[in-house]
Design a protein around this ligand. Structure first.
Ligand code: ADP
Length: 579
């Protein structure tokens, strides 16, 4: 019952599993002690009855008092232990789970975060763990302990009188069968509810994002109506779900309680036919008051238990994802990046099909090719944001899959299109390049990246806060901040994704100047979009459909009159046409 499958189903840590066992053990103890109490009551009743009917002498009152006292002490002690083992221990478990999740996330390949929705991940760390916490503390130990103690008590009842035992207990399996049958319904419904909720939040986001167009075209009425319909649908699904669960849970509870009626019926008919005496019926009625109680709580929580299994499987998905580990040391011989026969797929879709090329130190290697040909993927693999399916990528002769990503990335600067800026000052945003850099160093890097000219125009210069994700800056300005960061870091390898966003001529020249300062002497891998960069590159790798179609110096490739030559012609043609 408390094996590995159980641990996985409720996403318990090893400690959590031990705690749940403890919780279950003390729950069994509590329930058995309570039954012991019932036994005392039963004995007392029997003695009184004997006195009444046969005139037998009453036993010493002191014996009863001692028994009751022992019961109270035991009951108190077991309850305290049960409380400690369920509620008390769980809070530590929640903390440990969150920490181990965070640690796990830190070790996952960075590409994992590109694949998964970040809101979804946050929801797992906070929401799912919260939901599970409630199940760990309020349900698991308690519920499984109750199953066990009921089984023990059931055996005892059957030993006393199997007919009576059957009339007490028949409802329990029927109620549970009904509930487990309802699981499919509740699962389907929660799936539908998730879809409906997603539609509502997407709808709201759509309205907010397009508010200007919507107003300009007088479409408010139409958009609000569609949104209204979506919200209505979500509400209906919600109500249906609650209703269905409520219906099943309450029917199950009623069926279980029918046991009281059948016990009285069976009991009286057995008494009438002289097969049992009244005291046995009394004993069973006493037991009945207690035997349903734990199940009642279980029934109330059963919907939560079902939902928690979805949470647990989301948690398990994170904990079973492959981590990117490796050595803490990285001592390459130079910084040439070499791809050897690299294959890579995203979710079964093969994107790179045996790519081989070398980007040498001190040279600019440009990746060229149509959109979707795998250029960005190559850059991501070079920084170990993902690991290749087969083939190797080495930096200075060292296979990067053997190096801890954090250590590896110390040697990389990345200047990508989607520059991540934080709602902080310009100064602090640049300082992110190298933790602990002095103000002078930051300013020097900013100057070299041509940031001075636009920062001076900001109200507080480098101390100006740039708004959430740099909302107050233009594309070219954002990119210069990211170049300044890279300059500050001064890593030997630079991965550069040229902006396709249209920069004005002045901005573009400034960015180019900043870049040429950054790139000098480094191993540079650039995803090139402009012919200017491509022509200035030392080496060009043309990718087409996940394979290297051509490679060589620009002059080589031009004279070969292949794809590269064709692309150059096309671009200069369209440039002419634009003018
Ligand atoms: P390029 O940079 O040359 O435009 P990419 O390397 O970005 O090409 O993409 C290559 C292919 O891989 C494309 O078909 C793209 O749709 C797919 N792809 C890129 N990123 C992902 C991702 N995170 N998940 C799934 N598929 C992806």
């Amino acid at each position: 019952m408390f094996g590995e499958a159980f641990q996985r189903r409720y996403a318990l840590s090893d400690q959590g599993l031990r705690n749940t066992r403890k919780g279950a053990f003390w729950t069994v103890a509590v329930n058995l002690v309570v039954m012991g109490g019932m036994g005392i009551l039963y004995r007392m009743m029997q003695d009184f009855m004997n006195t009444l009917t046969d005139g037998a002498p009453l036993p010493n009152a002191l014996v009863y008092m001692l028994l009751v006292l022992a019961f109270l002490v035991l009951s108190f002690a077991t309850h305290i232990q049960q409380y400690k083992a369920t509620y008390g221990l769980v809070y530590g478990e929640v903390k440990a789970t969150r920490l181990s999740l965070a640690e796990r996330l830190r070790k996952l390949p960075l590409g994992y975060f590109g694949k998964r929705d970040l809101a979804d991940l946050t929801e797992t760390i906070m929401g799912d763990v919260n939901r599970l916490e409630h199940v760990w503390s309020h349900c698991l130990g308690y519920l499984y302990g109750s199953y066990l103690s009921t089984a023990v008590i059931a055996v005892a009842l059957f030993v006393y009188d199997w007919r009576m035992a059957l009339s007490v207990l028949w409802g329990v399996p029927v109620a549970f069968a009904l509930l487990f049958g309802s699981r499919t319904v509740s699962r389907k419904n929660s799936e539908k509810l998730k879809q409906d909720s997603l539609q509502v939040s997407d709808g709201i986001q759509e309205v907010l994002e397009n508010i200007r167009e919507i107003r300009a075209t007088n479409q408010e009425g139409h958009f609000l109506q569609t949104l209204n319909e979506k919200i209505d649908r979500q509400e209906k699904t919600n109500i249906h779900g609650e209703l269905a669960t409520g219906l099943f849970v309450n029917s199950a509870s009623v069926i279980m309680r029918l046991g009281v009626a059948t016990t009285i019926l069976t009991g009286t008919s057995l008494i009438l036919s002289g097969q049992i005496n009244f005291m046995l019926l009394f004993l069973f009625l006493l037991v009945i008051t207690r035997i349903y109680a734990p199940f009642d709580q279980a029934l109330a929580l059963i919907a939560e238990m079902f939902i928690s299994q979805v949470s647990a499987s989301r948690l398990n998905e994170i904990t079973s994802a492959k981590t990117a580990d490796g050595a803490e040391q990285f001592a390459p011989q130079g910084h040439d990046i070499e791809f050897r026969n690299v294959c890579f797929s995203y979710d079964n879709k093969q994107v790179l099909k045996g790519v081989s090329f070398t980007a040498r130190e001190g040279e600019v290697t440009a990746l060229v090719g149509p959109s979707g040909s795998g250029k960005s993927t190559c850059a991501r693999l070079a920084a170990r944001l993902w690991d290749p399916d087969s083939g190797t990528i080495t930096v200075g002769g060292v296979d990067i899959t053997g190096v801890e990503p954090e250590v590896l990335l110390r040697d990389y600067s990345m200047v990508f299109q989607d520059v991540m800026l934080f709602d902080d000052t310009v100064m602090e945003n640049i300082r992110l390049g190298r933790h602990g850099a002095s103000d002078e160093e930051v300013l020097a890097a900013a100057r070299a990246a041509n940031c001075d000219e636009f920062v001076e125009k900001l109200p507080k210069g480098y101390e100006t806060s740039i708004g959430e994700n740099g909302a107050k800056l233009s594309g070219g300005e954002r990119q210069r901040i990211s170049i300044a960061r890279a300059l500050l870091k001064n890593a030997p390898i630079v991965l550069l994704d040229e902006a396709t966003a249209s920069l004005d001529v002045e901005n573009e020249t400034r960015v180019q100047e900043a870049l040429s300062r950054l790139l000098a002497g480094k191993t540079v891998l650039v995803i090139a979009h402009r012919m200017r960069t491509v022509e200035a590159a030392d080496r060009i790798v043309v990718l087409a459909d996940g394979k290297v179609a051509e490679q060589g110096t620009p002059a080589d490739l031009m004279s070969r009159k292949g794809i590269f030559h064709h692309m150059t012609q096309l671009q200069s043609g369209s440039a002419k046409w634009k003018i």
